[in-house]
Design a protein around this ligand. Structure first.
Ligand code: AMP
Length: 214
């Protein structure tokens, strides 16, 4: 089961991707998480990615495509995976399709978690991320058990630089320009499924389970 998550930043696709990975026992591959881990570890890739991420811009395709193509070729991806945050441009989608076609595979589902722009900025300002393990929360929709403390590792929760309102607006513009065309792309290839992302997170997940099968 090879699944791609689509949706604006803050639509909740990361949360849903984690739930899918858990239920269907496939790896959750988040390019944002991979970049953040690289930034934390001070790698060359991290340093390059950070300059784009802090401005709300996409990291250039050449820094992300090989990384994902290599990752999905690993053994734990044999039965599928859920890609969260990739592809984000048409060239990325084409590169993924080409890499999969070489081994006789294809994307099975592209799930678009649909949330209107008006809701996004509000949601993002309530988002909190763990400085330790990267887990994400929302102060209203998905709060941690103790305020500002990660349930998983106990580290501090912060508002990520790229979730600050001015950066969110930039990310939304980038999303509409560069990522939204993927909805057409995957509609044409017949794998697009849309779910309403404005409802409760459990209900969004149930809609996804209906699509993927229990
Ligand atoms: P995310 O956690 O998925 O919202 O990603 C955070 C940031 O990482 C994005 O705003 C981009 O700057 C960068 N990023 C993540 N995935 C990609 C990708 N597939 N292509 C380009 N940039 C990406």
């Amino acid at each position: 089961m090879k699944i791609i998550m689509l949706g604006a930043p803050g639509a909740g696709k990361g949360t849903q991707a984690k739930k899918i990975a858990e239920k269907y026992q496939v790896p959750h591959i988040s390019t944002g998480d991979i970049f953040r881990a690289n930034i934390k570890n001070g790698t060359e890739l991290g340093k390059k990615a950070k300059t784009f991420m802090d401005q709300g811009l996409l990291v250039p395709d050449e820094l992300v495509v090989d990384l994902v193509v290599d990752r999905v070729a690993q053994d734990d991806c044999e039965n599928g995976y859920v890609l969260d945050g990739f592809p984000r441009t048409i060239p990325q989608a084409e590169s993924l399709d080409a890499a999969l076609a070489k081994v006789g595979q294809k994307v099975d589902y592209a799930i678009d978690v649909d949330v209107p722009d008006e809701n996004i900025v509000n949601r993002m300002s309530g988002r909190r991320a763990c400085v330790g393990c990267g887990a994400t929360y929302h102060i209203k929709y998905n709060p941690p058990k103790t305020e500002d403390v990660c349930d998983i590792c106990g580290e501090k929760l912060i508002l990520r630089d790229d979730d600050k309102p001015e950066t969110v607006l930039k990310r939304l513009t980038v999303y509409h320009d560069q990522t939204q065309p993927l909805i057409d792309y995957y509609t044409k290839s017949g794998v697009l499924k849309q779910v309403d992302g404005t409802v409760d997170m459990e209900d969004v997940f149930q809609a996804i389970v209906k699509i993927l099968g229990a």
